[in-house]
Design a protein around this ligand. Structure first.
Ligand SMILES: Cc1ncc(COP(=O)(O)O)c(C=O)c1O
Length: 372
């Protein structure tokens, strides 16, 4: 079996994720390196990252895009700390990252009127039970369970509260109903294979209205502050970042955006992820020892594909190690808080042809560890 073709690129980790096909450091622009992010050039480059994002994602008129510190976590925390507390909150969690936001809201912010709606790994809470008079906090795609919300049909158009959505492994991989989302966050190192460091914060006009009409009773560190004198700090959404960003990460992100454009836009990146998922679905259908953690096909992630295996956790670990040693797949063990299993990252930068090559190797590795 050792003569099986190996994936050309064995990087299947879920963040930092594989660089785009054809990535070369030397292709990045360097004129901004070593220059101030507050120089005219620096601001132009940062603003370009925001405007290009809005254009490629097709954001509705009036939506703002800002680059903020501390990756996706930073962007989510900023939103939670700046906007919550004006009304009740429904917060949903079905895996590790969503549970982290529950902890923030319940144990750190200690809000009174909070309903926690939880589900086990692989499942979703009852989306139809959400109260849109309240603010609603949720992840679009549960990266550690591979369960995503199927669409935005359950989100009320006439909602009174805000929808605050951590979409870090969904943006550029899934079709997002922007009009239904008031706050969306993501990071560069997921579907686009960018660098970890900065978070993207997308705000609807309703989110801006909340920021300008409500001041939370708790103190906010400078790093979280989005308003001054009751007005949105518009500069944050025009390239005047709160503090110093890595311009190397920014030009790397611009390279990723140009790659998306060269493919034909976000529909093409979504199609790449769908193609990889379809290959895995076929493999799972043909092999009874492997299954999706998310049982409902409509809720199956096409970016973080999480699988359970019919064997012991020790054998799963041994498989992961074997595939690593063979140089076939790196970092495909399930997240530390998730049930034992395998997670194959299928974001847009992963070649579906490499996923196709990985699958027979998984069968080989399973045979090796279970026969032992
Ligand atoms: C759904 C979700 N939320 C938050 C995070 C944390 O992201 P970051 O490390 O960019 O802060 C991750 C990372 O995998 C994630 O998948």
């Amino acid at each position: 079996m050792q003569d099986l073709a190996k994936p050309q690129n064995p990087n299947f980790s879920s963040g930092p994720c594989s660089k785009r096909p054809g990535y070369e450091l030397s292709a990045l622009r360097t004129d901004i390196l070593g220059r101030s992010h507050r120089s005219a050039l620096g601001k132009t480059v940062l603003e370009e990252a925001c405007t290009k994002t809005a254009e490629i994602l097709g954001l509705p008129e009036g939506y703002r895009v800002g680059i903020v510190p501390a990756s996706d976590t930073g962007a989510v925390e900023m939103a939670l700390w700046s906007m919550l507390g004006q009304r009740g909150v429904d917060v949903m969690a079905w895996e590790s990252f969503g549970s982290g936001w529950v902890t923030d809201i319940v144990k750190q912010l200690k809000l009174d009127d909070v309903r926690v709606m939880e589900a086990d790994y692989g499942e979703l809470p009852d989306l139809n039970a959400v109260d849109f008079n309240k603010d609603v906090v949720f992840t679009w795609n549960g990266t550690t369970s591979g369960a995503k919300v199927p669409n935005g049909d359950w989100i009320a158009d006439d909602r009174q509260g805000l929808t605050i959505c951590d979409a870090t492994s969904a943006v550029f991989a899934m079709d997002l109903p922007w009009e239904k989302l008031d706050v969306v966050t993501y990071s560069w190192q997921k579907v686009l294979g960018g660098e970890g460091a900065h978070g993207m914060l997308i705000l609807s006009p309703r989110a801006v209205e909340r920021l300008e009409s409500y001041t939370p009773p708790w103190p906010l560190p400078k790093i979280f502050r989005l308003t001054k004198g009751g007005k949105l700090i518009e500069g944050v959404f025009k390239g005047a970042t709160i503090n110093t960003p890595s311009m190397l990460c920014v030009v790397d992100y611009l390279d990723a955006l140009s790659w998306v454009e060269s493919l034909g836009g976000v529909s093409a990146t979504i199609a790449r992820s769908n193609e990889s998922l379809a290959l895995i679905e076929k493999f799972v259908a043909e092999n009874d020892w492997i299954d999706f953690l998310a049982k409902n096909p409509a809720e199956r992630s096409n970016s973080s594909v999480c699988l359970t295996l019919d064997t012991t956790p020790e054998n799963v670990k041994a498989m992961v190690k074997l595939l690593d040693q063979e140089g076939v797949a790196y970092d495909i063990g399930a997240y530390r808080d998730a049930p034992p299993g395998i997670r194959i990252w299928c974001g847009a930068t992963v070649e579906p042809s490499d996923v196709a090559k990985l699958l027979p190797w998984m069968a080989w590795a399973y045979e090796q560890v279970t026969a032992a």
